[in-house]
Design a protein around this ligand. Sequence first.
Ligand SMILES: C[S@@+](CC[C@H](N)C(=O)[O-])C[C@H]1O[C@@H](n2cnc3c(N)ncnc32)[C@H](O)[C@@H]1O
Length: 224
Amino acid sequence: MREQCCASCYDAAFDGALAQRELREYRRKGPGRASRAIAEALAREGAEGRTVLDIGGGVGAVHQQLLARGAASAIDVDASRPYLEAARSEAERTGVVDRVRFEHGDFVTLASGIEAADLVALDRVVCCYGDVERLVGLAAARTRHRLAITIPPDAWPVRAVIAVGNTWYRLTRNAYRAYAHSHQRVSAAAAAAGLEPAGPITAVGWWRLLVFERPIRTATASSE
Ligand SMILES: C[S@@+](CC[C@H](N)C(=O)[O-])C[C@H]1O[C@@H](n2cnc3c(N)ncnc32)[C@H](O)[C@@H]1O
């Protein structure tokens, strides 16, 4: 059976020191490349009035960008309380806190209580979670329009580096594990929830960007 990080291990892996460091960096330099690419892909046809679900939002880079582009509201679900607090403090600073709902916990566990959103983001999150089918599948099921995901490249050298990292975590009794899930499994989980690829997989620095969307059913198509 695949090892799975427990709920409390995300608080330890993404702790207060890391969250504050990342928040300082975010405030100094703005969103990183992967977060910018996700926001760009999600807002391709505009974000005005859209709802956002930012799963594992970290310090809030993706939902902050989409709210700045006119998205109506966002839900940030994060398994790390320190990251959620960092995102809340950024939302307070930028004056959007009343448009963001913050939920602490594993999205897979909470998903049944999380409503669908137009734009859904999994920015550098899938590589922190063992059960890719459930994480991506439940995110896709809650996507009304578009889902954007950044994950590591699908290549054996990446898997080898991650395996070395996981051996280190095991030896140091750290329950956190990283994963380089196959892109085919990610796409299959999105497809099983009715989403289609919205373009080819693209490189964003070291990360790979996968974008899916829900096909629009025309009256003719749905009556066939
Ligand atoms: C590497 S950080 C990325 C943060 C942010 N998305 C970014 O790209 O800057 C991974 C984040 O995903 C969260 N996370 C991982 N698995 C999760 C899950 N199943 N449910 C909710 N949050 C999760 C972690 O707590 C952490 O905040």
